[in-house]
Design a protein around this ligand. Structure first.
Ligand code: HEM
Length: 263
């Protein structure tokens, strides 16, 4: 199953150009949803105003080379490994889900745009597509059942769903129904395969159509914020925050009693 391109079989029922239009429509939905979100929250205006204000209190002028070095370091460390999540399960689950999703999306685009017109895809591309979906499921279900703040710190049951869960649930639905569709198609269970394909399409519409209401856009905001934070650190403006205290870190013995998990 892993090496079979599910979109090639689908192309015998749905023309390849329709699949391609669908992908383009999803990209437009991301742009539209994120744009609307930025207009509504005014977060980007705030972000740039704040950066301008902080620049005035910069202590060092950063050269283009220094700025590039800071940005590259932020991409390689803060963004690529989501270092904001510290060391532990939360970061591992996020990295699994993040790379899984990226691989799954790239795999989908390559299979749909290059290999749904009858050209046979080299087997490693469908394998990458399936592995991406499996990684997304591993990271996402781990987060959903065990790591979510409401579940791990507030002790709410995993099945309590709130609006903020739209993103992770739609993402998980895409990966899960994508895998189920591919499996049932390979096993020639055509009725089930059509059912899972329909659910796969619906979950994509919810994921990409729900950008405005979900946490989807964090994948654009977080990198921007990390770059700004590190540039402000390097030019000494520190986003107009006070410098770290030089007193020793003494929090008393109480801090050792329990793992910090009250977010
Ligand atoms: C394709 C890219 C990405 C995907 C698929 C993704 C996926 C997710 C998911 C599913 C969640 C859980 C959402 C929830 O609270 O319901 C999440 C949370 C989070 N993401 Fe991402 N993310 C991506 C990129 C990034 C990037 C680039 C950063 C930072 C540089 C980032 C930082 C975070 C943080 C800090 C959280 C909160 C984690 C927590 O509460 O445990 N994400 N992400």
């Amino acid at each position: 199953m892993l090496s079979i391109n599910p979109f090639a079989d689908l192309a015998t029922v749905i023309p390849a150009f329709l699949m391609q239009y669908f992908v383009i429509a999803m990209v437009l939905l991301i742009i539209f949803g994120t744009g609307l979100d930025m207009l509504h929250k005014k977060n980007v205006i705030y972000f740039f105003r704040n950066a301008q204000k902080a620049k005035k209190s910069a202590k060092n002028e950063l050269t283009v080379g220094k700025k590039t070095a800071v940005i590259l370091k932020t991409v390689a460390h803060d963004i690529a490994t989501t270092s904001e999540l510290g060391w532990g399960k939360r970061r591992l689950a996020h990295v699994l889900g993040m790379y899984g999703t990226i691989i799954f999306w790239i795999g989908s685009v390559v299979l749909i745009f290059k290999y749904s017109d009858g050209t046979v895809a080299p087997s490693y591309i469908p394998i990458i597509w399936h592995i991406g979906a499996i990684m997304t499921c591993l990271g996402g279900y781990w987060f959903w059942f065990f790591l979510r703040v409401d579940v791990s710190a507030e002790a709410h049951p995993w099945y309590r769903i709130i609006t903020a869960d739209l993103f992770v649930l739609a993402l998980l639905a895409c990966a899960t129904f994508g895998l189920a569709w591919s499996f049932t198609q390979t096993a020639e269970l055509s009725l089930l395969s059509y059912l899972f394909f329909t659910l796969f399409i619906i979950s994509n519409l919810v994921l990409f159509g729900g950008v405005y209401w979900s946490k989807f856009a964090h994948m654009f905001y977080k990198p921007g914020a990390a770059i700004q934070k590190n540039l402000a650190e390097a030019d000494g403006s520190r986003d107009n925050l006070p410098p770290p205290a030089d007193a020793p870190e003494q929090f008393g013995l109480g801090i050792k009693r329990e793992e910090p998990k009250h977010y």
